[in-house]
Design a protein around this ligand. Structure first.
Ligand SMILES: NC(=O)c1ccc[n+]([C@@H]2O[C@H](COP(=O)([O-])OP(=O)(O)OC[C@H]3O[C@@H](n4cnc5c(N)ncnc54)[C@H](O)[C@@H]3O)[C@@H](O)[C@H]2O)c1
Ligand SMILES: O=C(O)C[C@H](O)C(=O)O
Length: 328
């Protein structure tokens, strides 16, 4: 059994964390041989709820979980952590766009960036889940200059999982038979779910999804729209935003980042743009991380129009975030 690593989950008294903490503590992210010290960070009014979460984690009797540190102090929460799940932020309600959360949430990521900078391990992997996730990740990284920018990523894995589920259900195939779908751009309704490099296993043979579907109007129309609007559809049905699926996606994201992916397989995560594919350089979290070597530097015309749209939205969000922070 490896020496314990410290892992922090922020928003630890909230909905997503309620599923996420259990999955992490069971070993689904860092492995069944990796013991853990879990840091649970929330805000002072939630201290009582945190106590209940600590009790439940103890009562789960999980062998990998060595210690739990509940706290409302970011400097204690981020101390010596190797991995950080930044979930704590306000969720949107029905009728809102995720960017409507910007003024309420962006300040949280400034404070947490500063705390990470001071006390986290310098090779900490930081996953931002709280919305608007891409812009919050950018802000967090900006306030943690001593940690490399590549160590910050924003979650678009839920969108990838949603896209895979759509394709699997179209073919009546198991989800494990679908791979290499890409989510480009912002985790928002401008995101571009792209099936053009995707593969599906049919009759023991991996086929290109575009060929297997044989209907571009579906892949460029209802498929894209369903994934773009899935978060809103869940809110409309549940009256609360997605939580179980978000927690699973956060585990998938960190798992693949921590351990790497199988050869030839790629996954989506928001990372800093280096200007590839015509994305705005050095500014935004825009394209999925692992694709570059596989895809080269060109994208199809349809894709490039979509990328342009989501890239512009990220630039606008970035500007708005800076003006919120400047006015404080
Ligand atoms: N990227 C994605 O795919 C994705 C998916 C689902 C939800 N989300 C986002 O995740 C966030 C959390 O969602 P939820 O359903 O768990 O919300 P929730 O309201 O149930 O929980 C949020 C928790 O964060 C805490 N919190 C607020 N400010 C904090 C701070 N400064 N430090 C630490 N904790 C703080 C709150 O007290 C609360 O306990 C929302 O912004 C939501 O929109 C993102
Ligand atoms: O849609 C939301 O506001 C929550 C989350 O980002 C989601 O995609 O489900």
């Amino acid at each position: 059994m490896a020496e314990p690593i410290r892992v922090v989950v922020t928003g630890a008294a909230g909905q997503i964390a309620y599923s996420l903490l259990y999955m992490i503590a069971r070993g689904e992210v860092f492995g069944k041989e990796q013991s853990l010290i879990l840091h649970l960070l929330d805000i002072p009014p939630m201290a009582g709820v945190l106590e209940g979460v600590v009790m439940e984690l103890a009562d789960c009797a999980l062998p990998l979980l060595r210690k739990v540190v509940p706290t409302t102090d970011p400097l204690e929460g981020f101390k010596d952590v190797s991995a950080a799940f930044l979930v704590g932020a306000m969720p949107r309600k029905e009728g809102m766009e995720r960017k409507d959360l910007l003024s309420a949430n962006v300040k949280i990521f400034k404070v947490q960036g500063e705390a990470l900078d001071k006390v986290a391990k310098k090779d900490v992997k930081v996953l931002v889940v709280g919305n608007p996730a891409n812009t919050n990740a950018l802000v967090c990284a900006n306030y943690a200059p001593s940690i490399p920018r590549e160590n910050f990523s924003a979650m678009t894995r839920l969108d990838q999982n949603r896209a895979a589920a759509q394709i699997a259900s179209k073919f009546g195939a198991p989800i494990s038979n679908v791979s290499n779908l890409i989510i480009w751009g912002n985790h928002s309704s401008t995101q571009y779910p792209d099936a053009s490099h995707g593969k599906i296993l049919i009759d023991n043979e991996w086929k290109n999804i575009v060929d297997a579907v044989g209907d571009n109007s579906y892949l460029e129309g209802p498929f894209v729209e369903t994934v773009q609007k899935r978060g809103a559809a869940v809110i409309s049905a549940r009256k609360m935003s997605s939580a179980m699926s978000a927690a699973k996606a956060a585990c998938d994201h960190m798992h693949d980042w921590w351990h790497g992916t199988a050869p030839g397989q790629f996954v989506s995560m928001g990372v800093f743009s280096d200007g590839s594919y015509g994305s705005p350089k050095d500014e935004e979290f825009i394209y999925e991380a692992k694709s570059k070597n596989i895809l080269g530097n060109s994208v199809e015309k349809f894709s490039s129009v979509k990328l342009d749209l989501t890239g512009k939205e990220l630039q606008e969000e970035n500007k708005e975030a800076m003006s919120v922070l400047d006015s404080n």
